[in-house]
Design a protein around this ligand. Structure first.
Ligand code: AHG
Ligand code: MN
Ligand code: MN
Ligand code: MN
Length: 336
């Protein structure tokens, strides 16, 4: 009967968060309203992604973003959807998006207590070939929502009160943490609701998969090169790890979270700070990894301790199974 009960349990993401949030009565409703607007944005992007090829939504938008990347039509569309949904929620006062050079300060009449940092469409290079892509977000509580400044979002990731992502793949999966563990929800298109399918996700302590763009190997530093070498030619007689690299951070991180292993986007000679952006890629994924019992390291420190100076700052990142990241930390420590 358990399966039967579950079927009628219909634990939607809204009900789940309301239950969780009841532990923090002071945010009664506000956080839930904010999250429901993020969820709305994800449902919209999911639909747009699924019909992109049909609705001529693939290809370039003809602009270049602050990252120096050519924006895809879906980059721009999803950014517009999230900015509008977040502002109309009336619960935000600062927004930082990968696609906008400047932070958005919400007009006073619509201001709320949260700052949201987000990557509206992660893995854009995979849009045109139909490979999984996603949306990543992090949420900070704002201290002064009357006269908010950029300092409210130049905070270490450990100050985030929630983080999550939505992956637009063979199914649409929403993974969220509000600081009390990690839970996964799958969109039921017939209901238009995200239903709890992966309660209390814990990442395996050690994994058999490593995930890195081997094409950058020429430019890696010593510890990274040594670590990857060990994955391929283990010294302790164990079998080599498998390489899985999708090229969308959301998809590579989701697989790492569920199967275990390590995802790395290291520094290299060309990009000493790596490629991934601290506020809306490194922090949210590091937050989730720690909440799931894994960890995240920049090559120098715990990723969530990093204090960003610029909203589009980048950092090297090694994240995943606790023991796998420990090995990377030991190699960097030996280097010091
Ligand atoms: P975005 O599409 O939001 O700009 O992010 C792309 C990122 C991330 O999704 C992925 O892990 C990484 O770029 C892949 O970079 P490489 O193609 O250099 O491996
Ligand atoms: Mn991009
Ligand atoms: Mn991205
Ligand atoms: Mn992006």
């Amino acid at each position: 009967h358990a399966a039967e009960a579950n079927r009628t349990d219909l634990m939607t993401i809204t009900r789940f968060v309301l239950n969780e949030q009841s532990k923090y009565p002071e945010s009664r409703g506000d956080f839930t309203i904010l999250l429901s607007n993020i969820v709305l944005g994800c449902k919209f992007v999911c639909t747009a992604v699924n019909k992109a090829g049909l609705a001529k939504l693939i290809g370039l938008a003809g602009e270049t973003n602050v990252q120096g990347e050519e924006q895809k039509k879906l980059d721009v569309l999803s950014n517009d959807v999230f900015v509008k949904a977040l502002i109309s929620s009336g619960r935000t006062c600062i927004l930082v998006s990968e696609e906008d050079e400047q932070a958005t300060f919400v007009e006073p009449s619509k201001r709320g207590r949260y700052a949201v940092v987000f990557d509206p469409l992660d893995g854009s290079s995979n849009i045109d070939c139909g490979v999984s892509i996603g949306t990543i977000f992090g949420i900070y509580m704002v201290k002064d929502s009357i006269e908010p400044t950029l300092d409210e979002v130049l905070q270490p990731g450990k100050n985030m009160l929630a983080a999550g992502y939505c992956m637009y793949g063979s199914s649409c999966t929403f993974v969220l943490s509000t600081g009390a563990g990690v839970n996964g929800f799958t969109l039921d298109p017939s209901l238009g609701e995200f239903i709890l399918t992966h309660p209390d996700i814990k990442i395996p302590k050690k994994g058999k998969i490593y995930s890195v763009n081997e094409g950058n190997a020429k430019n890696w530093d010593g510890p990274t090169a040594k670590y990857v070498e060990r994955c391929k030619f283990p010294k302790d007689g164990s079998s080599p790890k498998s390489l899985r690299y999708i090229g969308s951070m959301v998809a590579d991180v989701h697989r790492t979270l569920l199967y275990g292993g390590i995802f790395l986007y290291p520094a290299d000679k060309k990009s000493p700070n790596g490629k991934l952006r601290v506020l809306y890629e490194v922090f949210p994924m590091s937050f989730l990894m720690e909440q799931a019992g894994g960890q995240a390291f920049t090559g120098k420190q715990r990723a969530l301790d990093l204090v960003p100076n610029d909203i589009h700052e980048r950092s090297p990142i090694f994240l995943g199974s606790y023991e796998d990241v420990e090995e990377v930390k030991a190699l960097y420590a030996a280097e010091d």
